[in-house]
Ligand binder design. Structure first.
Ligand SMILES: O=C(O)CCC(=O)C(=O)O
Length: 253
């Protein structure tokens, strides 16, 4: 359950850190499970970005379909309940989960973006939950947000070569202040689908393990755009995400 203050912070800033929700032991066990998924060949999950030297990250999508221990983390109803509180939806579905492993030493920054324009859905409301599996700082790939940018609609922007600065069309430099969010293992982030964000390069000697779980409120409809997760499902434009591939994580009651 989130406090009113947490809900208000999310509504104002477009992101929220939920501190120390899992114990370090729980997260260490999940990290082990995640490492196993990296090397296992699942029947349904798929590698989306291969990773390798100086890459943004390695990415495997739909872990929940193949790996029961990760499914347990993805399906944790307590986080879905928080998204219910943040969105006001009575039902929350899973869009997909995926891991994002930034290679050790000198990875690239993860590109600045807003999630929703990349996802194949029409309405505002989806929420991204970012779960780290070790302490993360700006040295090893922390996330950073432009606070309040979820209220700007789809923006045009230019980042500098190292992605450390960003200019957003129609906004002053005061409005586009970048907020780095260092985070302890056991905590997680929730961000609105329209919040502008990126992640720092990983300059540490260990890979940075993170996973995201993407939540859909009940009113979300498919907009007909191509996306690896909806491919082959014969969804029609305008339909809700009522499909076994997008299971309900929590509903009314
Ligand atoms: O983990 C990262 O490096 C970036 C994650 C991200 O941008 C996202 O989940 O949308």
């Amino acid at each position: 359950m989130l406090s009113q203050e947490q809900v208000r912070f999310f509504q104002e800033n477009g992101y929220l850190i939920v501190e120390d929700f899992y114990t370090r032991e729980q997260i260490a066990a999940y990290k082990e499970a995640l490492e196993e998924t990296r090397h296992a060949k699942g029947e349904h999950s798929f590698v989306h970005n291969q990773g390798g030297p100086y890459s943004m990250y390695e990415q495997k999508v739909n872990l929940w379909r193949d790996f029961p221990r990760i499914r347990e983390l993805t399906f944790d109803p307590r986080r879905a309940e928080m998204v219910k509180q943040l969105t006001g939806s009575t039902e929350i579905r899973l869009f997909h989960d995926h891991y994002l492993i930034k290679p050790a030493m000198d990875s690239r920054a993860s590109n600045w973006h807003q999630d929703q324009p990349v996802w194949p859905m029409s309405e505002d409301g989806p929420v991204n939950c970012w779960i780290p599996f070790q302490d993360v700082t700006v040295h090893n790939g922390a996330m950073a947000y432009v606070a309040g940018s979820h209220r700007w609609g789809t923006v045009k922007f230019k980042a500098n070569r190292e992605d450390e600065q960003i200019e957003v069309e129609g906004k002053t430099s005061g409005e586009t202040k970048i907020v780095p969010v260092p985070i302890r293992a056991g905590s997680f982030l929730l961000h609105h689908g329209m919040t502008l964000h990126y992640a720092y390069p990983n300059k540490s000697e260990e890979p940075r393990y993170a996973m995201t779980v993407i939540y859909l409120p009940e009113w979300t409809t498919y907009n007909g755009n191509k996306h690896p997760v909806t491919e082959g499902l014969s969804l029609t434009k305008g339909q809700h995400f009522e499909h076994d591939m997008f299971p309900v994580l929590t509903s009314a009651g």
